[in-house]
Design a protein around this ligand. Structure first.
Ligand SMILES: Cc1cc2nc3c(=O)[nH]c(=O)nc-3n(C[C@H](O)[C@H](O)[C@H](O)COP(=O)(O)OP(=O)(O)OC[C@H]3O[C@@H](n4cnc5c(N)ncnc54)[C@H](O)[C@@H]3O)c2cc1C
Length: 418
């Protein structure tokens, strides 16, 4: 868009929308700002839902990322419990049509509708829980401490965070994962084994290659049967098998969708093909200028950055340089951080001690760092991000040597190439 818009509507009151709106006001946007969210809660961050909040160590106030009082003070219209159904367009304006009637006329619209928990057909019930929203977390939080045993379908990030929180609360946990190892695609086989060990040494009964045959609710719990013949009895079943995009509004509005990721196709600045309409966060399938591919990520940092990219685009400000993907997880006493996009053909170079649970595993291909997995080694992450972004050649021995200051490797381009 050429001129700064006078009305901006953000659909979806999550991290991406909040980041956009906050930056717009911070940078002096004086027009009308409307945030529509179909949940009834003030915007909140989701990561603690499987961690501190689930364990009862944080409350709702700690999670809130956009206080109604801030909205009043900053003239932001926060419409909660309000679902948008469709955006229509004409030459001068976009119209956001609300469920139950009514519309808001806008110059620019941000689609930030996120994703929802994937359901397994036929697996629902009073003792079956999914985890995406605050309401889901409240339900799980109310039942978890009293549950002697839980079963979890899915050993991905959310499944394993719930497993860790459950163990912290003294609950017996059985986790059924379909793949041969947890987070295999993200970590590769060597580090996925280390990740599995973290859970096993904390008492999680982790089982792999498990497809679910049936789930039966009894008067006192659930019985899960798998195709390998395992029978798991539990008081509660958590289904954590990924997420699907909340794409109804985008499809009803005729936005181009990515057939691979299921997200809304956007360029590097989060613009859709329709002028004045943007998408950001978990719903957006954004062009990665480095690879030329569209990527849809489900991580907080990604949502925040994309929300801010939309704000900059609306203000006519320059795009900022790309940063490698980054996300974190806290499980037991461990802080885990993941940077970059690993390759299946990479070599793993370990810096630090795997047995002490204090190391960074660099994924290196043709002398360049592509990804890093840091366990209790947050200090390596800044350098890892820069090494990935700069794509400088590095010597594996220096990466592994804890006496090497990783930041100095950014200066080695001449010596290593020579
Ligand atoms: C339990 C859990 C733990 C997580 N832990 C981590 C972590 O440790 N690290 C990390 O990096 N990331 C983590 N994430 C992921 C992170 O929270 C998401 O990437 C982030 O919330 C995405 O933000 P978003 O704004 O794109 O979408 P969301 O936060 O999902 O917000 C979208 C909002 O839009 C609403 N909406 C949808 N359709 C409409 C409509 N038509 N009209 C109005 N409103 C609508 C949705 O109900 C939702 O409230 C976690 C997620 C969960 C669920």
């Amino acid at each position: 868009m050429s001129a700064t818009p006078s009305t901006v509507v953000a659909v979806g009151a999550g991290q991406a929308a909040v980041s956009a709106v906050r930056m717009l006001r911070r940078r002096g946007f004086e027009g009308r700002l409307v945030v529509l969210g179909d949940e009834r809660h003030a915007p909140y961050q989701r990561p603690p839902l499987s961690k501190e909040y689930l364990r009862g160590e944080a409350d709702l106030d700690d999670l809130t990322i956009l206080q109604p009082s801030w909205c009043s003070a900053n003239d932001v219209e926060l419409l909660l419990g309000t679902r948008a159904e469709r955006i229509s367009y004409d030459t001068s304006a976009r119209r956001v049509h609300l469920a139950g009637g009514g519309e808001i006329v806008a110059d620019a619209v941000l689609v930030a509708t996120g994703v929802r928990a994937r359901r397994l057909p036929g697996i629902e019930g009073d003792r079956v829980v999914h985890l995406r929203t605050l309401d889901d977390a409240d339900r799980l939080r109310a039942q978890l401490p009293g549950a002697g045993r839980i079963a979890i379908i899915g050993g991905g990030l959310i499944g394993s965070e719930v497993a860790a929180s459950g163990r912290d609360l003294g609950v017996e946990v059985t986790c059924l994962e379909a793949a041969a190892l947890p987070l295999l695609g993200q970590l590769g086989p060597a580090m996925a084994c280390v990740y599995a060990d973290l859970h096993r040494e904390n008492g999680v009964d982790l089982r792999f290659g498990q497809q679910i045959e049936s789930v039966v609710e009894t008067s006192s719990g659930v019985v899960v049967r798998t195709r390998l013949g395992d029978v798991v009895e539990a008081d509660l079943l958590v289904v954590a098998v990924g997420a699907v995009p909340n794409d109804e509004l985008a499809r009803a509005s005729g936005l181009a969708m990515d057939p691979v990721t299921g997200g809304v196709l956007v360029d590097a600045g989060c613009r859709t093909a329709i002028e004045g309409v943007f998408a950001a966060g978990d719903i957006a399938s954004r062009l990665d200028p480095t690879t030329g591919r569209h990527v849809r990520a489900e991580h907080l940092d990604n949502a925040g950055r994309q929300g801010m990219a939309v704000a900059r685009a609306l203000l006519g400000q320059a795009e900022v340089a790309e940063d490698p993907a980054w996300f974190w997880s806290d499980q037991y006493e461990h802080n885990l951080q993941f940077v970059g996009r690993p390759r299946a053909d990479a070599t793993v170079v370990v810096r630090g001690s795997i047995s002490d649970r204090e190391f960074t595993a660099f994924s290196v291909h043709e002398g360049r760092v592509h990804a890093a997995f840091a366990v209790n080694s947050g200090g390596d992450v800044t350098a890892a991000r820069q090494l990935i972004a700069a794509a400088v050649p590095v010597a594996e021995t220096m990466l592994a040597d804890e006496d090497t200051d990783l930041l100095t490797l950014l200066d080695t381009v001449d010596t290593v190439d020579a």
